[in-house]
Design a protein around this ligand. Structure first.
Ligand SMILES: O=C1O[C@H]([C@@H](O)CO)C(O)=C1O
Length: 556
């Protein structure tokens, strides 16, 4: 079936966490409209930009865009941004059942609230390999009170001003800012609306259940910074899918979820039906400074206004218990027989070292000493139209600067230019069509002593197999021997843990240009990403509406 949507992007006032702010809404909603589709459907979105002075694009996260790389919705990569006042039509096939989302992919517009869910069901003729009575979904996000322009300026400034921890965590776009933290406000500050039921925007999101039934809960994270741990008080979760891919079911007490990822979990409403329970999210991996984000699991027919759960907000494992997170990540194995087997060897291996560097005094992230900058000409157009000057012809390095003794645990050595100096760059990695590519993402210390951070790496246009995670520095001789080539899970976003590495494998079989980047909004803005191009001789013709900027401007 073909589904048509008319969407208008505009600023609106909203109070996602009881504090009124300017948000970037679609058709006045934050989160924006949810797309409900069946595998194989074509989604057509007529997107009108009513932002007064800025461009916009929308990325369909987890959609593979086979044959339509120009509708991937990434500024500087797949298209020119849609100008204020213009309408642009996206049209793509939802190729896999699963839990996905859409979001802005220009500057930090996602952080302004430009996101929503995409839920794709199997056709009626097919059955999931697990049973449930009903389903619900929660989109998780983090929320700041400073505008994205103030945040971006801070990241670009000397001295550097980081965006800091979020003011609130949101479940389905609802949260409650701890108004007591607002200096002198006591909840009465003009910015802090009364956090009570009289303000419907401040109400908790509610997940209604009937006692005895089993539910499929779809959980997706679109956070800008925070790694989260999701807890459904009193209920274990059986994880059955990750990023739309089937895994061998595993039971967890609470679920780590990184920005860009989604899960389906099953739970049975088998607890005390005379009360309600909390669903909660807590920050992991960074010193938390944000209170638990909450929603209510309502046992029908209890009321939610009058019967908030009697318990404290649920806690999560210690924020810095990385062993816990690593162990949980290693639980996931593909469900045998349900996904394509992993190719047993790769034709090309990249080792991508993630470092924080200063360039001309500005703090940046760099990959093998290259900090990505967004060029004015989209890569797809540059390749298709052979615009030779759109980016540097010098390919970025497959391996970190050749320093066998590089210490990932230490601060950069101030006497070693290869550790201190990074450069701006925007040239892509180019793969042969069908090439099997391994990527090792290697984490390291930041510019702060004894600090390394979680980075969720997301690949456009593909899912990849996760071959393994390791601690410390990747050893190209020995570590590949421990790769899981039997039942590795497939997904589109994977976390690399502090001072560790992760190895992924994918087949470069989707003609197009696909970013591979840290899904933390500020980190990609600071250069933490690379561009993969493949099958460039097989690129489809580009719709003219995707052109018009940079070197694609008509010349007379
Ligand atoms: O990108 C970041 O910058 C700060 C800090 O590392 C600055 O050195 C931080 O916490 C990030 O995640």
């Amino acid at each position: 079936a073909v589904q048509y949507y008319d969407w208008t992007v505009a600023y609106t006032y909203a109070s996602p966490d009881c504090v009124e702010k300017l948000v970037m809404a679609v058709n006045g909603e934050v989160p924006g409209p949810r797309i409900d589709a069946t595998e194989g459907d074509t989604i057509v979105v007529n997107l009108t930009n009513h932002l007064p002075t800025e461009g916009v694009v929308i990325h369909w996260h987890g959609m593979h865009q086979v044959g339509t790389p120009y509708y991937d919705g990434t500024a500087s990569v797949s298209q020119c941004t849609i100008n204020s006042g213009e309408t642009f039509t996206y049209s793509f096939i939802v190729d896999r059942a699963g839990t996905y989302f859409w979001h802005g992919h220009f500057g930090m517009q996602r952080t302004a609230g430009l996101y929503g869910s995409i839920i794709v069901q199997l056709p009626d003729s097919q059955k999931e390999p697990f049973d449930y009575d009903d389903e619900a979904s929660v989109l998780l996000s983090d929320w700041w009170h400073k505008s994205i322009y103030e945040q971006q300026l801070g990241l670009d400034s000397i001295p550097f001003r980081f965006v800091g921890e979020p003011q609130s965590l949101l479940i389905e776009g609802r949260g409650k800012y701890n108004c007591a933290l607002d200096p002198g406000s006591n909840g009465a500050s003009p910015s802090c609306l009364p956090c009570n039921a009289s303000n419907p925007e401040c109400a908790y999101h509610v997940i209604p259940v009937e006692h005895g039934k089993t539910y499929r809960l779809r959980i997706a994270s679109i956070t800008s910074l925070s790694s989260l741990n999701f807890v459904l008080e009193g209920h274990n979760l059986t994880v059955v899918t990750i990023d739309g891919r089937y895994i061998e079911p595993v039971v967890v007490e609470n679920l780590d979820i990184y920005s860009g990822q989604s899960y389906s979990v099953l739970f049975t409403a088998d607890q005390d039906q005379s009360r309600n329970y909390w669903a909660g999210i807590n920050v992991r991996g960074r010193v938390p400074n944000t209170t638990t984000g909450l929603a209510v699991l309502q046992y029908l027919p209890n009321s939610t206004d009058l019967q908030l759960p009697p318990s404290k907000p649920p806690g999560s494992p210690a924020w810095d218990d990385f062993d816990y997170s690593l162990a949980q990540a290693r639980l996931y194995k593909v469900k045998p027989g349900y996904e394509k087997p992993v190719p047993q060897s790769a034709g090309r291996t990249l080792i991508l070292l993630n470092t924080q560097n200063k360039i001309n005094g500005h703090i940046k992230w760099a990959i093998n000493n290259v900090s990505f900058v967004f060029p004015p000409t989209p890569f797809l157009a540059a390749f298709k139209l052979k615009l030779k000057n759109a980016f540097s012809p010098i390919a970025p390095p497959d391996l970190p600067p050749n320093k066998p003794d590089f210490n990932i645990f230490a601060l950069p050595n101030p006497n070693d230019p290869s550790e201190i100096n990074a450069n701006f760059g925007s040239s892509p990695y180019v793969f042969k069509l069908g090439e099997i590519v391994d990527v090792i993402v290697q984490n390291a210390n930041t510019l702060n002593p004894n600090n390394s951070e979680i980075h969720p790496w997301h690949l456009h246009g593909h899912d990849f197999w996760i071959l393994g995670y390791g601690k410390g520095k990747f050893d190209p001789q020995n570590d590949p021997q421990s790769f899981n080539l039997a039942d590795p899970p497939l997904r589109n976003t994977v976390a690399v843990f502090p001072y560790g590495w992760v190895a992924i494998r994918f087949v470069a079989n989707n003609p197009g240009v696909w970013p591979f980047h840290c899904h933390i909004e500020s980190h990609f803005y600071m250069g933490m990403g690379v561009i993969f191009a493949e099958g460039i001789h097989k690129l489809p013709s580009l719709p003219t509406e995707t052109l018009g900027c940079g070197l694609t401007k008509p010349r007379h």
